[in-house]
Design a protein around this ligand. Sequence first.
Ligand code: ZN
Length: 286
Amino acid sequence: MSTTTLPAAPEPLPAEVFDSHCHLDIMVGNRQASSGDSVAQAAQAARASIEGILDDARAVGVTRLVTIGYDLPSSRWNAETAALHADVYAGVAIHPNEAHASTPETLAEIEELARLPHVRAVGETGLDYYRDWASKDDQHASFRAHIEIAKRTGKALVIHDRDAHDDVLRVLAEEGAPDVVVFHSFSGDAEMAKKCAEAGYFMSFSGPVTYKNAGYLREAARIAPLELILVETDAPYLPPVPHRGKPNAPYLIPLTLRCVAEVKETDLAGLAAAVSANGETVFGAW
Ligand SMILES: [Zn+2]
């Protein structure tokens, strides 16, 4: 990814919206691991870069975002960063690809972080059958532990589901789902969207909904009830069309939102208002 080829800013939105899932630490390069800085020092050092990311986003109507942890250092960093920026909330978790790191000690600290006031989600957690970086046994144990943490802390559960729809739904049903469940970067078809809608799970649509070969995602977006829809970038990954192959950032949310509005045949401002209201249901008041 080259910073010399940053995508141009899209046309601003007619109403404010937020990015339900991005990775600020990966976007700015969390230097804590290599520098030996404390978490607080590392978050402080990134402050200016994050203000830049927020300014670019605000300029097109994306006024808030949720930055998501994937391991313990990332979760600590994101929690610390959310404390420093009023428009930023954090999610904390051990990613399914890192599930072997979900020891009792690690999970205890994730739970401690999840109780912080500006941490509003337990995630991303879930199941990833596309990669075999962690065994299925480790992934299932870690996912179940995160479901329990979400229930104990009353925070939203943010799910990473890659090629694992049936097992994710089954584990949620077996454990008893927390009050608020979000399928991040929703990757199911209309059938899966129907199942999620019936269970009251939120579906967060990302760049791939704009991809030419992803008609099944647009079908899912079309039938997903307005009151269960979120949008996200998953930045720096998954940039929407026409910026595939370039670094993603929250200011590109309008491209994804416009695509969802077209598919649902709703007006953009109305969809933005619905997504913002859903954001408060999921993550609480800002
Ligand atoms: Zn992510």
